[in-house]
Design a protein around this ligand. Structure first.
Ligand code: GLA
Length: 355
């Protein structure tokens, strides 16, 4: 029986919030948590998915349609459908899924699940595909099967991540570059434990608003906008566009700072980024603001911001590496004392991507 196994990591976004679908610039990294998919081919046309966390489904692979009861299965099923559309001949398979990236945490369990599934199926049928094509195929699966009009950041980090390196991605030119992450710095991830209902609705709304701002400015994407151009926009579109223009500028500056090992200035940009999320893009929450505010008071912390789509999820804190193991429990303790719930906080290692 033909068997295969594949693993793909989650990611943390460091700067460049909601810039990817505006053809902008992003800095992210693959993390040391991910999704593993293992299983075997079937010749009876069934797709059987078993997840320790989510449950099990057994469906016919001839008529793949988005699931309403088991929405978690839409990630792998969407990937299967897109792979078939790309010419991959596979009828059915059984797969077991294990994950240590919590769903809805802002660490992109969805992209990890998609990428791991794509690599698993490609291995099963002994086919290959260029890594950027796999990233785009997974993005299409998410847009068409799950209904989130996401950009390419998550899949790119999950595939192109490199141990102890930050991934720089230019969503217009599709340039991907690995930049060394200074070894005297560390990242702490704090899950707020909240995920707002209708997150995908908020996400798609932001995407539509930024496109409306681009249309009003007569540019194809906000990548082409500058602060000076935004004056004519309505107050709401002005705020949304200012976030994107500011984030692109921050990423461009941060690349240089990282290369020089200037963690303090990099952290200051992360703080600015969160402030812009809070006031301009309005994709933060009270919980994320608290985590960021508490983190910034701790000695050794250089900056903190929300990571990923927002509207719940997690924050990322940049700190001096030598103090990370004392900062993480202190942040946990102070946040629990203030909010009443126990957040999950961990020092994150930058890991290799699936590619
Ligand atoms: C989610 C999306 C990404 C990106 C971020 C925000 O993670 O999947 O494509 O837009 O939000 O930067």
């Amino acid at each position: 029986m033909t068997r295969a196994e594949a693993y793909a990591p989650g990611r943390v976004e460091l700067l460049g919030n909601h810039t990817d679908y505006n053809e902008g610039l992003v800095l992210g990294a693959a993390i040391d948590r991910g999704v593993r998919v293992a299983g075997e081919l079937r010749d009876d046309g069934r797709v059987i998915l078993q997840s320790t966390m989510m449950g099990e489904i057994d469906i016919s692979s001839t008529d793949l349609a988005p699931q309403t009861a088991h929405t978690w299965a839409n990630y792998p099923l969407g990937v299967l459908k897109e792979l078939r559309a790309a010419g991959c001949a596979i009828s059915g398979f059984s797969a077991r899924i294990e994950s240590d990236v919590p769903a809805g945490s802002g660490l992109s369990s969805s992209a990890a699940f998609e990428v791991a599934t794509a690599l698993f199926i490609l291995k099963l049928v002994e086919e290959r595909m260029p890594p950027l094509e796999i990233a785009k195929l997974c993005q299409r699966a998410e847009q068409r099967f799950v209904g989130v009009q996401s950009g390419l950041l998550d899949q790119v980090c999950s595939i192109f991540g490199r141990k102890d390196h930050v991934v720089y991605f230019d969503a217009r030119s599709e340039e991907v570059r690995a930049i060394p992450f200074p070894d005297n710095l560390a990242l702490i991830i704090a899950e707020s434990g909240t995920k707002r209902e209708l997150t995908s609705g908020f996400y798609n709304q932001r995407r539509a608003e930024t496109q409306a701002a681009a249309d009003a400015l007569h540019v194809s994407a906000l990548r082409d906008a500058s602060f000076e151009m935004l004056a004519s926009l309505s107050p709401l579109l002005h705020r949304r566009a200012a976030h994107i223009v500011g984030e692109n500028e921050r990423v461009a500056r941060a690349v240089d700072l990282l290369s020089r090992g200037d963690g303090a200035s990099f952290g200051a940009l992360m703080n600015e980024s969160h402030e812009s999320s809070r006031t301009n893009f309005e994709n933060s929450t009270g919980e994320l603001d608290s985590l960021v505010e508490i983190a910034r008071q701790l000695p050794g912390v250089l900056g903190a911001r929300l990571t990923g789509g927002g509207f719940g999820g997690a924050t990322v804190t940049l700190c001096e590496a030598a103090k990370a193991d004392t900062i993480a429990p202190e942040l946990q303790h102070r946040y629990a004392a203030r909010s009443g719930h126990e957040p999950k906080i961990f020092v994150c290692r930058i890991a290799a991507g699936a590619g």
